[in-house]
Design a protein around this ligand. Structure first.
Ligand code: NAD
Ligand code: ZN
Ligand code: ZN
Length: 235
């Protein structure tokens, strides 16, 4: 609980009260907005008035306050909220990446598709550890396979911009998470989160290599979906 704010206080910060709810369903609980929330309180959670309805200030989507608080409580409770309909982010979204190290340097070779510039290599190192309260199985060990993981960006203006944004994503714990690997099926292991990286250097046998003319634009869109934009790297 950041700054000692309760989940209800965090959620209310991003809402305007709606006195006369429209004739629509709340897409979290599927009940009418004009009826009380269909979401049951988890034991031990303070009660939020089930018929209060609020409108998110930036995107305008409307939900039961109770439903948004329940959704917030299901997440990592970092003081941010993401609209479940349009994914607009309120506050600063952070993730559950375990502790580790991110390094980068230039290497004097060019990537397929980028013959006119050198390459940035990013190296992520994460050791195995114990899951925290923000993970699926707190107290249980997690494994970390294939580290250090090496990734590549063209060393041009756009590639350097992506690097700066990846550094922000790393600080916000958004590059990796702990979960089930879709490649190996292993659970309780460190896996890539929703920002794609290129891990193959001179070829593209895995689909995670170059050339890929859309890669930098795709990764910029993925970063933006995590709340990281050009504004995030301005200062
Ligand atoms: P995952 O398989 O759950 O996939 C999560 C995301 O990562 C998906 O979007 C997927 O497209 C992407 N991804 C999958 N393989 C990738 C790769 N080689 N390079 C870049 N992105 C990739 O995630 P995961 O288990 O973290 O990733 C699997 C990859 O991690 C493996 O292909 C391998 O490179 C590495 N790994 C290595 C070992 C090892 O023992 N050496 C073990 C597990 C994973
Ligand atoms: Zn609802
Ligand atoms: Zn929305």
């Amino acid at each position: 609980a950041r700054q000692g704010k309760t989940p209800e206080e965090v959620v209310k910060k991003y809402l305007q009260k709606v006195r006369n709810p429209p004739e629509e369903d709340c897409t979290i609980c599927m009940e009418k907005l004009a009826s009380p929330s269909g979401y049951k309180n988890a034991p031990g959670q303070p009660l939020v008035k089930p018929d209060l309805v609020g409108k998110l200030t930036k995107c305008g989507h409307i939900y039961h306050l109770h439903c948004l608080v329940a959704m917030y409580n299901n997440g990592n409770k970092d003081g941010s909220l993401q609209c479940p309909t349009c994914k607009t982010i309120y506050g600063v979204k952070t993730g559950t990446q375990p502790p580790g190290k991110m390094e980068y340097h230039a290497i004097p070779h060019s990537l397929p598709g980028h013959p006119d510039c050198r390459t940035i290599r990013v190296i992520y190192s994460i050791p195995p550890g114990i899951q925290g309260p923000e993970h699926t199985n707190p107290g249980k060990p997690f494994t970390a396979r294939g580290f250090p993981r090496h990734c590549y960006l063209p060393d041009n203006e756009k590639g350097r911009k992506v690097l700066k944004m990846l550094l922000v994503a790393w600080d916000r714990r958004l590059i990796f998470t702990v979960g089930v690997s879709s490649t190996t099926g292993e659970s309780d292991t460190v896996i890539w989160n929703e920002v794609h990286h290129k891990t193959e250097f001179g070829s593209n046998l895995t689909g995670h290599g170059f050339p890929d003319p859309n890669y930098l634009d795709n990764v910029l869109a993925e970063l933006s979906a995590q709340g990281i934009t050009e504004e995030s790297i301005r200062e």
